[in-house]
Design a binder for this molecule. Sequence first.
Ligand code: ASP
Ligand code: MG
Length: 410
Amino acid sequence: MSLLVQKYGGTSVGSPERIIAVAQRVKKSVDDGNQVVVVVSAMSGETNRLIGLAGEISKQPKPREMDVLVSTGEQVTTALLCMALGELGQEARSYTGAQAGIRTDNSYSKARITDINTEKVMADLNKGRVVVIAGFQGINDEGDVTTLGRGGSDTSAVAMAAALKADECQIYTDVDGVYTTDPRVVPNARRMSRVTFEEMLEMASLGSKVLQIRAVEFAGKYNVTLRVLSSFTEGEGTLITTDNEDNALEQALISGIAFNRDEAQITIRGVPDTPGIAHAIVGPVANANVEVDMIVQNVSGDNITDFTFTVNRIDYDKTYSIVQQLATDLGAADMSGRTDIAKVSIVGVGMRSHAGIASTMFEALAKEAINILMISTSEIKISVLIDEKYLELAVRTLHETFELSETQQS
Ligand code: ASP
Ligand code: MG
């Protein structure tokens, strides 16, 4: 008998019909001989609706009350799903996060899970019940409701799976898995049957928003086997696992192409090439809570140098004015910036054991006359910054070059 934690997202429980369909899926898992804990999101649109209501009453609602408010959406789903399971003759129990023993720290709206007491849930499972838990929430030491941040039900499910030592944590959503790249850009992108946590983190942080990043980190840390699959269709989905020797053999060189349009670049020219200059520039930017991504400092000639870095586009204006001030203070020759750029990355653990991948990537881009503005690399990723207008061409070209599509893999 396996213990499964199944998480159903907002669109999967978006209507009474959808909730009934989920109940049938859960019931089938039980009939197949599994113990099942279900973690649910609020019905789609509900969390936004609640936030909207608060906005009509108060500009700055107290964080404590905000969490009481937004946590209610998930509770509605738990009860409805248990009723639907009851109609199918399956005994089930609904629980809020607090009732299910999920303890968190005190940071309202972005709480972290500190501990889970699984006693009650285990007792129910052993009585043959399905347990349905409200995702996205817990309780702090004061006994107050807390929430885990948008998309937090993924994290609830992974944490629950870790605490219960579940055999698998299944994230049911509206796509049937994780793809080699966004199918809207490359129509013949392929669903990956497996991907490693590390790759998934790179893909997620680069814009493939299938799973909350925190949930992936948590799963990697506690070794929870994760599977992403569709609640609308049948299929194996994508298994997210550790990079062990067993699957190293079947691992492709490159697993996927990630991209991000939310990029902006700032260059400051003619600053003194002295110790501490990088800190003098990046320090004030970081202090303003802006995350700096790629950084390039030129090799300097006569003790002056140029410094270029990228930030998220939403932080561009703020960063520009900080650097403008710095340019004056440091006696820089001039500065410039642009927001019409994008980042494309190839991601794959196979890169660790193969040389020459960067050159293949650069050659493919050169053939399309795509100019590379900046490059950064890690053990399992190579990223280039390019003109945004060439983004789709670059993604398609790289997808083709690394033979990631359905037909190329056959
Ligand atoms: N309902 C919450 C949200 O919309 C949590 C979740 O769905 O995971 O962000
Ligand atoms: Mg969600």
